[in-house]
Design a protein around this ligand. Structure first.
Ligand code: AMP
Length: 510
Protein backbone atom coordinates (compact mmCIF):
# COMPACT_ATOMS: atom_id res chain seq x y z
CA UNK A 1 0.00 0.00 0.00
CA UNK A 2 1.21 3.52 -0.76
CA UNK A 3 0.38 6.82 0.91
CA UNK A 4 -1.31 7.83 -2.40
CA UNK A 5 -3.74 4.95 -2.01
CA UNK A 6 -4.80 6.33 1.38
CA UNK A 7 -6.27 9.36 -0.41
CA UNK A 8 -4.33 12.20 1.21
CA UNK A 9 -4.41 15.76 -0.02
CA UNK A 10 -1.50 16.44 -2.40
CA UNK A 11 0.08 18.96 0.00
CA UNK A 12 0.22 16.31 2.70
CA UNK A 13 1.60 13.76 0.24
CA UNK A 14 4.38 16.20 -0.62
CA UNK A 15 5.27 16.63 3.06
CA UNK A 16 5.26 12.83 3.56
CA UNK A 17 7.62 12.52 0.61
CA UNK A 18 9.87 15.22 2.09
CA UNK A 19 9.97 13.20 5.33
CA UNK A 20 11.31 10.26 3.32
CA UNK A 21 8.46 7.87 4.07
CA UNK A 22 7.84 5.39 1.26
CA UNK A 23 5.14 3.11 2.61
CA UNK A 24 2.84 3.36 5.61
CA UNK A 25 3.81 1.30 8.65
CA UNK A 26 1.26 -1.39 9.70
CA UNK A 27 -0.35 0.82 12.34
CA UNK A 28 -0.63 3.58 9.73
CA UNK A 29 -2.04 1.24 7.08
CA UNK A 30 -4.66 0.00 9.54
CA UNK A 31 -5.53 3.16 11.42
CA UNK A 32 -5.48 5.81 8.68
CA UNK A 33 -8.48 4.56 6.62
CA UNK A 34 -10.56 4.19 9.81
CA UNK A 35 -9.58 7.66 11.03
CA UNK A 36 -10.25 9.18 7.58
CA UNK A 37 -13.74 7.68 7.72
CA UNK A 38 -14.36 9.66 10.91
CA UNK A 39 -14.59 6.62 13.19
CA UNK A 40 -13.25 6.45 16.74
CA UNK A 41 -10.14 4.33 17.21
CA UNK A 42 -8.43 2.55 20.03
CA UNK A 43 -4.93 1.97 18.68
CA UNK A 44 -2.65 -0.51 20.42
CA UNK A 45 0.88 -0.09 19.19
CA UNK A 46 4.29 -0.10 20.75
CA UNK A 47 6.54 2.89 20.66
CA UNK A 48 8.50 3.60 17.48
CA UNK A 49 5.91 2.10 15.14
CA UNK A 50 4.88 5.35 13.49
CA UNK A 51 1.71 5.93 15.50
CA UNK A 52 2.16 9.72 15.62
CA UNK A 53 1.76 9.95 11.85
CA UNK A 54 -1.07 7.40 12.07
CA UNK A 55 -3.23 9.96 13.86
CA UNK A 56 -1.77 13.29 12.68
CA UNK A 57 -1.97 12.63 8.93
CA UNK A 58 -5.76 11.92 8.87
CA UNK A 59 -6.30 14.95 11.11
CA UNK A 60 -4.38 17.16 8.71
CA UNK A 61 -6.31 15.71 5.78
CA UNK A 62 -9.56 16.60 7.55
CA UNK A 63 -8.33 20.16 8.15
CA UNK A 64 -7.18 20.46 4.53
CA UNK A 65 -10.73 19.70 3.44
CA UNK A 66 -12.05 22.41 5.78
CA UNK A 67 -9.55 24.84 4.23
CA UNK A 68 -10.92 23.98 0.77
CA UNK A 69 -14.47 24.66 2.01
CA UNK A 70 -13.38 27.88 3.72
CA UNK A 71 -14.51 26.40 7.02
CA UNK A 72 -11.29 26.21 9.02
CA UNK A 73 -11.80 28.38 12.04
CA UNK A 74 -11.22 27.88 15.77
CA UNK A 75 -9.57 25.03 17.66
CA UNK A 76 -10.43 21.90 15.72
CA UNK A 77 -8.12 19.37 17.33
CA UNK A 78 -6.91 18.70 20.87
CA UNK A 79 -4.13 16.16 21.39
CA UNK A 80 -3.32 15.20 24.98
CA UNK A 81 -0.05 13.44 25.80
CA UNK A 82 1.64 12.59 29.10
CA UNK A 83 4.97 14.42 28.97
CA UNK A 84 6.28 17.75 27.79
CA UNK A 85 8.87 16.07 25.57
CA UNK A 86 6.18 14.06 23.81
CA UNK A 87 4.00 17.14 23.37
CA UNK A 88 6.89 19.06 21.80
CA UNK A 89 7.68 16.11 19.58
CA UNK A 90 4.10 15.64 18.36
CA UNK A 91 3.76 19.34 17.61
CA UNK A 92 7.07 19.24 15.78
CA UNK A 93 5.73 16.36 13.65
CA UNK A 94 2.55 18.29 12.90
CA UNK A 95 4.53 21.31 11.77
CA UNK A 96 6.50 19.09 9.41
CA UNK A 97 3.51 17.28 7.91
CA UNK A 98 1.50 20.55 7.65
CA UNK A 99 4.28 22.64 6.18
CA UNK A 100 2.40 23.25 2.90
CA UNK A 101 -0.89 24.04 4.63
CA UNK A 102 -2.02 27.20 6.49
CA UNK A 103 -2.60 25.31 9.72
CA UNK A 104 -1.50 26.68 13.08
CA UNK A 105 -0.60 24.57 16.07
CA UNK A 106 0.61 25.20 19.60
CA UNK A 107 2.36 23.06 22.22
CA UNK A 108 1.05 23.56 25.76
CA UNK A 109 3.05 22.23 28.70
CA UNK A 110 4.15 23.23 32.18
CA UNK A 111 7.45 24.54 33.44
CA UNK A 112 7.45 27.59 31.17
CA UNK A 113 5.48 30.82 31.15
CA UNK A 114 1.75 30.45 30.54
CA UNK A 115 1.49 33.79 28.77
CA UNK A 116 2.60 32.87 25.21
CA UNK A 117 0.51 29.71 25.39
CA UNK A 118 -2.57 31.62 26.54
CA UNK A 119 -1.98 34.19 23.82
CA UNK A 120 -1.66 31.46 21.14
CA UNK A 121 -4.97 30.00 22.32
CA UNK A 122 -6.59 33.42 21.92
CA UNK A 123 -5.12 34.16 18.52
CA UNK A 124 -6.45 31.45 16.30
CA UNK A 125 -4.75 28.08 16.51
CA UNK A 126 -6.29 25.03 14.92
CA UNK A 127 -4.42 22.24 16.69
CA UNK A 128 -3.55 22.20 20.40
CA UNK A 129 -1.10 19.60 21.70
CA UNK A 130 -1.01 19.61 25.49
CA UNK A 131 -0.09 17.89 28.72
CA UNK A 132 -3.17 17.48 30.93
CA UNK A 133 -2.00 19.59 33.91
CA UNK A 134 -1.17 22.79 32.05
CA UNK A 135 -4.14 22.42 29.71
CA UNK A 136 -6.48 22.24 32.67
CA UNK A 137 -4.80 25.23 34.34
CA UNK A 138 -5.35 27.30 31.22
CA UNK A 139 -8.91 26.08 30.74
CA UNK A 140 -9.67 27.00 34.36
CA UNK A 141 -8.53 30.51 33.51
CA UNK A 142 -10.97 30.47 30.58
CA UNK A 143 -8.28 30.24 27.92
CA UNK A 144 -9.13 28.30 24.79
CA UNK A 145 -12.50 27.99 23.12
CA UNK A 146 -13.09 24.35 22.26
CA UNK A 147 -16.67 24.65 21.03
CA UNK A 148 -15.62 24.06 17.39
CA UNK A 149 -13.56 20.96 18.25
CA UNK A 150 -13.81 18.03 15.83
CA UNK A 151 -11.11 15.61 17.00
CA UNK A 152 -9.69 14.60 20.40
CA UNK A 153 -6.57 12.43 20.61
CA UNK A 154 -5.37 10.74 23.80
CA UNK A 155 -1.83 9.57 23.16
CA UNK A 156 -0.03 7.10 25.44
CA UNK A 157 -3.25 6.79 27.41
CA UNK A 158 -1.84 3.95 29.53
CA UNK A 159 0.98 6.16 30.71
CA UNK A 160 -1.38 9.03 31.48
CA UNK A 161 -3.40 6.70 33.69
CA UNK A 162 -0.21 5.49 35.40
CA UNK A 163 0.79 9.08 36.06
CA UNK A 164 -2.50 9.84 37.74
CA UNK A 165 -3.81 12.20 35.07
CA UNK A 166 -7.24 10.60 34.83
CA UNK A 167 -9.10 13.24 36.92
CA UNK A 168 -7.59 16.08 34.85
CA UNK A 169 -8.41 14.31 31.61
CA UNK A 170 -12.00 13.73 32.70
CA UNK A 171 -12.41 17.39 33.59
CA UNK A 172 -10.96 18.51 30.28
CA UNK A 173 -13.14 16.15 28.27
CA UNK A 174 -16.29 17.31 30.10
CA UNK A 175 -15.88 20.74 28.55
CA UNK A 176 -15.43 19.44 24.98
CA UNK A 177 -18.28 18.98 22.49
CA UNK A 178 -19.82 15.52 22.79
CA UNK A 179 -20.04 15.18 19.04
CA UNK A 180 -16.42 14.62 18.07
CA UNK A 181 -14.04 11.95 16.86
CA UNK A 182 -11.89 10.43 19.62
CA UNK A 183 -8.67 8.61 18.81
CA UNK A 184 -6.94 6.88 21.68
CA UNK A 185 -3.50 5.24 21.60
CA UNK A 186 -1.91 3.03 24.19
CA UNK A 187 1.01 0.61 24.30
CA UNK A 188 -1.11 -1.88 26.18
CA UNK A 189 -4.78 -2.73 26.40
CA UNK A 190 -5.85 -3.04 30.02
CA UNK A 191 -9.18 -3.01 31.83
CA UNK A 192 -8.58 0.63 32.72
CA UNK A 193 -8.02 1.55 29.09
CA UNK A 194 -11.17 -0.31 28.12
CA UNK A 195 -12.95 1.72 30.81
CA UNK A 196 -11.76 4.94 29.20
CA UNK A 197 -12.90 3.66 25.84
CA UNK A 198 -16.45 3.11 27.11
CA UNK A 199 -16.52 6.48 28.80
CA UNK A 200 -15.08 8.68 26.07
CA UNK A 201 -15.47 6.89 22.76
CA UNK A 202 -18.32 5.95 20.47
CA UNK A 203 -18.14 2.44 18.97
CA UNK A 204 -14.38 2.58 18.52
CA UNK A 205 -12.58 0.26 16.16
CA UNK A 206 -9.60 -1.51 17.71
CA UNK A 207 -6.44 -1.36 15.69
CA UNK A 208 -3.90 -3.72 17.17
CA UNK A 209 -0.46 -4.44 15.86
CA UNK A 210 0.72 -7.76 17.18
CA UNK A 211 -0.02 -9.32 20.52
CA UNK A 212 2.89 -8.57 22.78
CA UNK A 213 4.96 -5.54 23.56
CA UNK A 214 8.12 -7.19 22.34
CA UNK A 215 11.02 -4.91 21.60
CA UNK A 216 11.58 -4.11 17.95
CA UNK A 217 13.41 -6.84 16.04
CA UNK A 218 16.14 -4.45 15.02
CA UNK A 219 17.41 -4.15 18.60
CA UNK A 220 20.12 -6.49 19.91
CA UNK A 221 19.65 -7.02 23.62
CA UNK A 222 22.40 -7.95 26.07
CA UNK A 223 22.74 -8.45 29.78
CA UNK A 224 25.90 -7.49 31.66
CA UNK A 225 26.05 -9.10 35.06
CA UNK A 226 28.00 -6.74 37.27
CA UNK A 227 28.32 -6.05 40.98
CA UNK A 228 26.69 -2.82 41.97
CA UNK A 229 29.94 -1.10 42.93
CA UNK A 230 31.40 -1.65 39.43
CA UNK A 231 28.50 -0.23 37.45
CA UNK A 232 30.10 3.20 37.02
CA UNK A 233 33.40 1.82 35.79
CA UNK A 234 31.69 -0.66 33.47
CA UNK A 235 29.62 2.14 31.97
CA UNK A 236 32.71 4.23 31.40
CA UNK A 237 34.59 1.24 29.99
CA UNK A 238 31.83 0.65 27.43
CA UNK A 239 31.12 4.24 26.55
CA UNK A 240 34.66 4.95 25.48
CA UNK A 241 34.48 2.21 22.83
CA UNK A 242 34.24 3.74 19.32
CA UNK A 243 30.91 2.03 18.54
CA UNK A 244 29.23 3.95 21.37
CA UNK A 245 28.31 7.07 19.44
CA UNK A 246 24.93 8.30 20.68
CA UNK A 247 24.07 6.68 23.96
CA UNK A 248 20.96 6.96 26.11
CA UNK A 249 21.52 5.83 29.70
CA UNK A 250 18.64 5.15 32.07
CA UNK A 251 18.92 5.54 35.81
CA UNK A 252 16.05 4.94 38.19
CA UNK A 253 16.00 8.17 40.17
CA UNK A 254 16.71 11.85 39.60
CA UNK A 255 19.66 11.69 41.99
CA UNK A 256 20.88 8.59 40.20
CA UNK A 257 20.77 10.45 36.88
CA UNK A 258 22.77 13.34 38.31
CA UNK A 259 25.29 10.96 39.89
CA UNK A 260 25.92 9.05 36.69
CA UNK A 261 26.01 12.29 34.70
CA UNK A 262 28.55 13.80 37.08
CA UNK A 263 30.68 10.69 36.98
CA UNK A 264 30.84 10.61 33.17
CA UNK A 265 31.50 14.34 32.93
CA UNK A 266 34.34 14.03 35.40
CA UNK A 267 35.93 11.51 33.08
CA UNK A 268 35.55 13.83 30.11
CA UNK A 269 32.49 12.23 28.48
CA UNK A 270 30.16 14.82 26.98
CA UNK A 271 27.00 14.15 28.93
CA UNK A 272 23.59 15.78 29.34
CA UNK A 273 20.94 14.87 31.92
CA UNK A 274 17.16 14.77 31.73
CA UNK A 275 14.81 14.38 34.67
CA UNK A 276 11.82 16.08 36.17
CA UNK A 277 13.80 18.22 38.63
CA UNK A 278 15.39 20.10 35.78
CA UNK A 279 13.65 23.22 34.52
CA UNK A 280 11.72 22.99 31.29
CA UNK A 281 14.28 25.09 29.47
CA UNK A 282 17.10 22.88 30.71
CA UNK A 283 15.23 19.80 29.53
CA UNK A 284 14.49 21.21 26.10
CA UNK A 285 18.10 22.34 25.78
CA UNK A 286 19.52 18.98 26.88
CA UNK A 287 17.39 17.12 24.38
CA UNK A 288 18.11 19.56 21.58
CA UNK A 289 21.86 19.44 22.15
CA UNK A 290 21.81 15.66 22.41
CA UNK A 291 19.86 15.46 19.14
CA UNK A 292 22.32 17.86 17.53
CA UNK A 293 25.22 15.61 18.55
CA UNK A 294 26.77 18.02 21.07
CA UNK A 295 26.59 15.32 23.74
CA UNK A 296 27.60 11.71 23.34
CA UNK A 297 25.49 10.59 26.26
CA UNK A 298 22.09 11.51 27.65
CA UNK A 299 21.32 10.17 31.12
CA UNK A 300 17.61 10.17 31.92
CA UNK A 301 14.86 8.83 34.13
CA UNK A 302 12.00 6.83 32.63
CA UNK A 303 9.42 9.56 32.88
CA UNK A 304 11.59 12.25 31.32
CA UNK A 305 12.64 10.01 28.46
CA UNK A 306 9.15 8.82 27.69
CA UNK A 307 8.34 9.31 24.05
CA UNK A 308 11.55 11.05 23.09
CA UNK A 309 12.52 10.40 19.52
CA UNK A 310 16.20 10.91 18.81
CA UNK A 311 17.47 9.57 15.55
CA UNK A 312 20.30 7.07 15.46
CA UNK A 313 20.67 6.27 19.13
CA UNK A 314 23.31 3.56 18.89
CA UNK A 315 22.93 2.15 22.41
CA UNK A 316 20.43 2.27 25.21
CA UNK A 317 22.06 1.36 28.51
CA UNK A 318 19.91 0.32 31.44
CA UNK A 319 22.34 1.45 34.10
CA UNK A 320 19.65 0.70 36.66
CA UNK A 321 17.52 -2.27 35.75
CA UNK A 322 13.97 -1.12 34.94
CA UNK A 323 11.41 -1.54 37.69
CA UNK A 324 9.00 -3.40 35.40
CA UNK A 325 8.97 -5.04 31.96
CA UNK A 326 6.85 -2.31 30.35
CA UNK A 327 9.49 0.26 31.21
CA UNK A 328 12.13 -2.00 29.67
CA UNK A 329 10.18 -2.11 26.41
CA UNK A 330 9.76 1.66 26.36
CA UNK A 331 13.38 2.30 27.23
CA UNK A 332 14.89 0.09 24.61
CA UNK A 333 12.36 1.32 22.05
CA UNK A 334 14.39 4.54 22.03
CA UNK A 335 16.91 2.77 19.83
CA UNK A 336 16.26 0.68 16.72
CA UNK A 337 13.59 3.19 15.69
CA UNK A 338 12.25 3.12 12.17
CA UNK A 339 14.34 0.14 11.10
CA UNK A 340 17.65 1.48 12.38
CA UNK A 341 19.80 -1.01 14.27
CA UNK A 342 20.61 -0.49 17.89
CA UNK A 343 21.88 -2.23 21.01
CA UNK A 344 20.15 -2.40 24.36
CA UNK A 345 22.49 -3.19 27.24
CA UNK A 346 21.21 -3.87 30.72
CA UNK A 347 23.34 -3.97 33.84
CA UNK A 348 22.11 -6.65 36.20
CA UNK A 349 23.32 -6.76 39.78
CA UNK A 350 22.62 -9.72 42.06
CA UNK A 351 19.73 -7.72 43.53
CA UNK A 352 18.14 -7.37 40.06
CA UNK A 353 18.00 -11.08 39.26
CA UNK A 354 14.30 -11.51 40.08
CA UNK A 355 13.37 -8.58 37.90
CA UNK A 356 15.45 -10.01 35.08
CA UNK A 357 13.61 -13.31 35.20
CA UNK A 358 10.26 -11.44 35.27
CA UNK A 359 11.36 -9.56 32.19
CA UNK A 360 12.47 -12.69 30.40
CA UNK A 361 9.16 -14.38 30.97
CA UNK A 362 7.36 -11.19 29.85
CA UNK A 363 9.21 -10.97 26.53
CA UNK A 364 9.23 -14.75 26.15
CA UNK A 365 12.93 -15.23 25.65
CA UNK A 366 16.15 -15.37 27.54
CA UNK A 367 18.52 -12.49 26.95
CA UNK A 368 22.12 -12.95 25.89
CA UNK A 369 24.67 -12.59 28.73
CA UNK A 370 27.74 -10.67 27.72
CA UNK A 371 31.07 -9.89 29.37
CA UNK A 372 32.80 -6.62 28.57
CA UNK A 373 36.11 -7.46 26.92
CA UNK A 374 39.09 -6.14 28.81
CA UNK A 375 37.05 -5.05 31.82
CA UNK A 376 38.43 -6.05 35.18
CA UNK A 377 35.49 -7.55 37.04
CA UNK A 378 37.69 -7.98 40.10
CA UNK A 379 39.07 -4.46 39.98
CA UNK A 380 38.43 -1.77 42.55
CA UNK A 381 35.41 0.44 42.08
CA UNK A 382 36.02 3.78 40.40
CA UNK A 383 33.54 5.13 42.86
CA UNK A 384 30.75 2.91 44.04
CA UNK A 385 27.13 3.91 43.86
CA UNK A 386 26.94 3.59 47.63
CA UNK A 387 29.78 6.01 48.00
CA UNK A 388 28.13 8.32 45.53
CA UNK A 389 24.96 8.08 47.56
CA UNK A 390 26.92 8.92 50.69
CA UNK A 391 28.33 11.97 48.95
CA UNK A 392 24.87 13.06 47.95
CA UNK A 393 23.56 12.54 51.46
CA UNK A 394 26.41 14.59 52.81
CA UNK A 395 25.74 17.34 50.28
CA UNK A 396 22.13 17.43 51.35
CA UNK A 397 23.21 17.89 54.97
CA UNK A 398 25.07 21.03 54.00
CA UNK A 399 28.55 22.49 54.41
CA UNK A 400 28.74 22.26 58.22
CA UNK A 401 29.33 18.53 57.81
CA UNK A 402 32.38 19.23 55.75
CA UNK A 403 35.28 19.94 58.02
CA UNK A 404 37.16 21.60 55.27
CA UNK A 405 36.32 23.03 51.88
CA UNK A 406 37.50 21.00 48.92
CA UNK A 407 40.95 21.85 47.69
CA UNK A 408 41.12 23.91 44.51
CA UNK A 409 39.85 21.97 41.53
CA UNK A 410 42.52 23.33 39.23
CA UNK A 411 45.24 21.59 41.22
CA UNK A 412 44.01 18.25 40.03
CA UNK A 413 44.42 17.00 36.50
CA UNK A 414 40.96 16.93 34.85
CA UNK A 415 41.06 13.22 34.09
CA UNK A 416 41.79 12.49 37.73
CA UNK A 417 39.37 14.96 39.14
CA UNK A 418 37.41 12.40 41.03
CA UNK A 419 37.63 12.96 44.76
CA UNK A 420 39.73 15.00 47.09
CA UNK A 421 40.70 14.41 50.64
CA UNK A 422 40.38 16.32 53.79
CA UNK A 423 41.43 15.41 57.25
CA UNK A 424 38.60 14.17 59.36
CA UNK A 425 38.32 12.95 62.87
CA UNK A 426 35.80 10.18 62.34
CA UNK A 427 37.62 6.88 62.14
CA UNK A 428 34.59 4.78 61.48
CA UNK A 429 34.93 1.42 59.82
CA UNK A 430 33.22 2.88 56.76
CA UNK A 431 35.72 5.71 56.49
CA UNK A 432 38.61 3.30 56.85
CA UNK A 433 37.26 1.15 54.01
CA UNK A 434 36.81 4.16 51.77
CA UNK A 435 40.23 5.47 52.66
CA UNK A 436 41.85 2.17 51.81
CA UNK A 437 39.96 1.96 48.49
CA UNK A 438 40.96 5.45 47.59
CA UNK A 439 44.56 4.90 48.59
CA UNK A 440 44.58 1.82 46.41
CA UNK A 441 43.53 4.01 43.52
CA UNK A 442 46.12 6.60 44.43
CA UNK A 443 48.75 3.93 44.19
CA UNK A 444 47.43 3.10 40.77
CA UNK A 445 47.56 6.77 39.91
CA UNK A 446 43.89 6.89 39.04
CA UNK A 447 42.89 9.51 41.53
CA UNK A 448 43.93 12.99 42.60
CA UNK A 449 46.55 13.31 45.33
CA UNK A 450 45.82 13.21 49.01
CA UNK A 451 46.55 16.39 50.85
CA UNK A 452 47.01 15.14 54.34
CA UNK A 453 48.05 12.31 56.54
CA UNK A 454 46.01 10.56 59.15
CA UNK A 455 42.43 9.37 58.96
CA UNK A 456 40.75 10.70 55.89
CA UNK A 457 37.31 11.21 54.72
CA UNK A 458 36.64 12.22 51.20
CA UNK A 459 34.28 14.66 49.69
CA UNK A 460 33.47 15.40 46.08
CA UNK A 461 35.60 17.85 44.21
CA UNK A 462 32.66 19.75 42.80
CA UNK A 463 29.79 21.25 44.69
CA UNK A 464 26.39 19.91 43.91
CA UNK A 465 24.98 21.40 40.79
CA UNK A 466 21.96 23.43 41.79
CA UNK A 467 18.86 21.55 40.85
CA UNK A 468 16.15 23.99 40.06
CA UNK A 469 12.68 22.99 40.98
CA UNK A 470 10.22 23.40 38.19
CA UNK A 471 7.15 25.41 38.94
CA UNK A 472 5.16 23.55 36.40
CA UNK A 473 1.75 22.19 36.92
CA UNK A 474 2.65 18.79 35.52
CA UNK A 475 2.86 15.85 37.81
CA UNK A 476 5.52 13.35 37.11
CA UNK A 477 4.47 10.99 39.78
CA UNK A 478 5.98 7.75 40.75
CA UNK A 479 3.81 5.07 39.48
CA UNK A 480 2.13 2.02 40.92
CA UNK A 481 2.55 -0.40 38.04
CA UNK A 482 0.08 -2.98 36.96
CA UNK A 483 0.78 -5.94 34.79
CA UNK A 484 -1.20 -5.58 31.61
CA UNK A 485 -1.45 -7.44 28.37
CA UNK A 486 1.44 -6.47 26.15
CA UNK A 487 1.50 -6.02 22.41
CA UNK A 488 3.99 -7.26 19.85
CA UNK A 489 4.46 -6.08 16.29
CA UNK A 490 4.99 -8.73 13.66
CA UNK A 491 8.58 -9.18 12.60
CA UNK A 492 9.89 -7.26 9.61
CA UNK A 493 6.99 -4.85 9.52
CA UNK A 494 8.95 -1.81 8.41
CA UNK A 495 9.03 -1.06 4.75
CA UNK A 496 12.01 -2.69 3.12
CA UNK A 497 12.12 0.14 0.59
CA UNK A 498 15.07 2.46 1.15
CA UNK A 499 13.41 5.35 2.89
CA UNK A 500 15.13 8.17 4.57
CA UNK A 501 14.94 6.85 8.08
CA UNK A 502 16.13 10.13 9.40
CA UNK A 503 13.60 11.80 7.26
CA UNK A 504 10.85 12.57 9.66
CA UNK A 505 9.81 16.09 10.18
CA UNK A 506 12.10 16.17 13.16
CA UNK A 507 15.71 16.76 13.93
CA UNK A 508 18.14 17.67 11.24
CA UNK A 509 15.63 17.44 8.41
CA UNK A 510 13.85 20.55 9.53
P1 AMP B 1 6.52 7.19 16.36
O1 AMP B 1 6.13 5.78 16.69
O2 AMP B 1 5.38 8.00 15.89
O3 AMP B 1 7.29 7.83 17.47
O4 AMP B 1 7.53 7.13 15.08
C1 AMP B 1 8.80 6.51 15.14
C2 AMP B 1 9.70 6.95 14.01
O5 AMP B 1 9.25 6.41 12.76
C3 AMP B 1 9.76 8.46 13.81
O6 AMP B 1 11.11 8.82 13.68
C4 AMP B 1 9.01 8.70 12.51
O7 AMP B 1 9.51 9.81 11.82
C5 AMP B 1 9.26 7.42 11.74
N1 AMP B 1 8.18 7.08 10.79
C6 AMP B 1 6.86 7.27 10.94
N2 AMP B 1 6.18 6.80 9.87
C7 AMP B 1 7.09 6.29 9.02
C8 AMP B 1 7.01 5.65 7.73
N3 AMP B 1 5.85 5.43 7.13
N4 AMP B 1 8.16 5.26 7.14
C9 AMP B 1 9.34 5.47 7.76
N5 AMP B 1 9.51 6.06 8.96
C10 AMP B 1 8.38 6.46 9.60
Amino acid sequence: MSFHALGFDTKILQAIKDAGYVTPTPIQAEAIPVAMAGQDIIGIAQTGTGKTAAFTLPILHHLSQLIKDGALSGIKVLIIAPTRELVVQIEDNIKGYAKYLPIKSVAIYGGVSERPQASALRHGVHIVVATPGRMLDLMNQKHGDFTALDVLVLDEADRMLDMGFLPDIKTIIKSLPRKRQTLMFSATLSKEIEGLTHEFQHQPKTVQIGKRANPADTISQFIYEVPRHLKNSLLLHLIIQPTFKTVLVFARTRHGVERVGRFLKEYGVKTATLHSDRSQNQRIRALKDFKAGLFQVLVATDVAARGIDVEDITQVVNFDFPANPEDYVHRIGRTGRAQANGDALSFVTPEDRNQLSNLESFIGKSLVRKKALGFDYNGPPSLSSEEEERIDDRRKLGPRNHRQEPTQKQNIPPTHRKVQFVTGTQTTKRNRIITSKVNHKLEEGTLGRAESKGPKKWIPSEKTMPISKTKNSERERSIGKKHVAPVKPPSGFWSKAPHNKGGSSKGKKR
